[in-house]
Design a binder for this molecule. Structure first.
Ligand code: 4AD
Ligand code: MG
Length: 431
């Protein structure tokens, strides 16, 4: 019985006889030799099938293998020095497990709708599986970092009675004949959590009924949202910086091959030691106006404006002290300048834009009541949240990072729909 080897660890078996199990995603034959492009759940490599090793019958069968046929193959691992190709397998025995007649996704270019309709198959491609492995590690690295920093995971509810991030993009769900909404963010609940556990985080799906189609919005995305007692907005940004540097270095350390598939190198992912810059919102507006944008003070920079700004930086950076009117109801105003909030966005450089929104939370009971009213929300619905300011309130801050936004930056992909196994957008609920 040969030992089962995985693509990721093939180099460990140099010169040894192993068994591999996976799928054939490409085949090229020339005379008495076939080159099979093989992948398993951990990566890819080439298999050489030659008639003199396999025998004529098996070789003839091998030549007819179609894309995505599942196979078990035995053979000997060897190094292929040509073009830094890594390791390959010289096969001595090949068993077809599942045929794959007329697999619909071919090497030719397909349009996005064709591929998205077949997302259940598209995720098998070498590029998509590399993205999904990186996504998984990003969530793992974020959780690992936060747990090691003393955070407690605090799972917030998905069915909620109220809005967290404004009422324009809520998904309404019937809840035993009353209205409920799919959670836009776990934040308000994690604010309750800090009074029990001090440092908490939520990791879960967030829902936004986004009415416009963009390359960076999903209707369902995953957010990781840390919340911290005794932390002000500046400490909050410093923590975000450590968080980002740490999770990106984890990806750089563990995903060299996946990054290579995506045309990225670990060095591009690892952040330099220098501190992330903090740009005041006022200065961001000046930069944008000088560049010819007609942004009004008090409005959120749009997608193009953010792209412009983030193209002028070579590292992630913060925009800090947004006008109160373009932020959510729960923000803490700057005591020196109450028209701006102690709230920030973190933008990824290279034109990618926002990946994090965060800030210090309102501490004053009366201010919070007036904000809830100003945003057209019901005081009754927020009684529980107001209680948090009534009983032992403490300064606290937190932030939320969109997992897909960060995957999009790491993998350098234009459209966010490729960063999640099954994207949900304005026009897509299938498959
Ligand atoms: O900026 P947002 O709306 O902020 C919040 O929800 C706060 N409650 C976070 C907090 O302080 N705990 O969302 C946070 C992040 C954004 O920066 C972005 O990365 C991502 O979530 N995001 C989306 N990602 C994909 N599709 C969408 N429609 C997104 N909306 C927000
Ligand atoms: Mg935001």
């Amino acid at each position: 019985m040969s030992i089962i080897a995985k693509a990721k660890e093939l180099s460990k078996f140099d010169g040894k006889k192993v068994k591999v199990q996976g799928w054939i995603y490409g085949i090229r034959s020339s005379g008495k030799i076939c080159f099979l492009q093989f992948r398993d759940g951990t990566g890819k490599f080439q298999i050489i099938a030659a008639s003199n090793n396999l025998g004529n019958d098996a070789f003839e069968q091998c030549k007819k293998i179609q894309r995505e046929t599942s196979v078990i193959i035995e053979g000997t691992v060897q190094k292929n020095d040509k073009d830094n190709a890594g390791y390959e397998l010289i096969s001595s025995n090949l068993t077809i497990i599942g045929d794959s007649p007329d697999y619909p996704i071919t090497p030719k270019e397909h349009g996005p709708d064709f591929l998205l309709d077949r997302r259940h198959l598209w995720i098998r491609s070498v590029k998509q599986s590399a993205i999904l492995r990186i996504r998984s590690s990003l969530e793992f690295a974020a959780v690992l970092f936060l747990q090691e920093e003393g955070f407690t995971r605090f799972d917030s509810p998905i069915l909620t009675p109220t809005a967290c991030e404004g009422t324009t993009d809520l998904f309404e769900v019937d809840f035993y004949n009353t209205s409920s909404y799919l959670s836009q963010s776990g934040q308000l609940y994690s604010e309750a959590g800090i009074y029990s556990l001090e440092k908490v985080y939520t990791l879960g799906p967030c829902f936004r009924a986004e009415k416009s189609k963009t390359r960076r919005h999903l209707s369902e995305f995953w957010g990781i949202e840390p919340e911290m007692a005794w932390i002000d907005s500046k400490e909050n940004m410093a923590f975000q910086e450590r968080f980002i540097k740490n999770i990106l270095s984890y990806i750089a350390d563990h995903h060299e091959k996946d990054l290579q598939i995506l045309g990225r190198t670990p060095d591009e992912i690892r952040m330099p030691d220098k501190r992330f810059e903090i740009l005041l919102y006022d200065d961001a507006v000046k930069i944008l106006r000088n560049a010819g944008f007609s942004i009004e003070w008090g409005t959120d920079p749009g997608v193009e404006e953010e792209e412009y700004l983030s193209n002028t930086f070579d590292a992630p950076f913060f925009i800090y002290k947004y006008p109160v009117e373009c932020r959510a109801f729960y923000i803490e105003p700057d005591p020196q300048r109450p028209e701006v909030a102690l709230s920030s966005d973190c933008l990824m450089h290279g034109g990618f834009g926002e990946i994090i929104t965060g800030g210090q939370r309102a501490s004053d009971y009366g201010f919070l009541v007036s904000q809830i009213e100003k945003h057209g929300l019901s005081i009754d619905d927020f009684k529980w949240y107001l209680d948090l300011r009534k009983y032992g309130s403490v300064p606290h801050s937190g932030f939320g990072m969109g997992i897909e936004r960060m995957v999009r930056w790491i993998c350098d992909i234009r459209h966010i729909r490729e960063t999640i196994p099954f994207p949900r957008t304005l026009k897509r609920l299938y498959p």
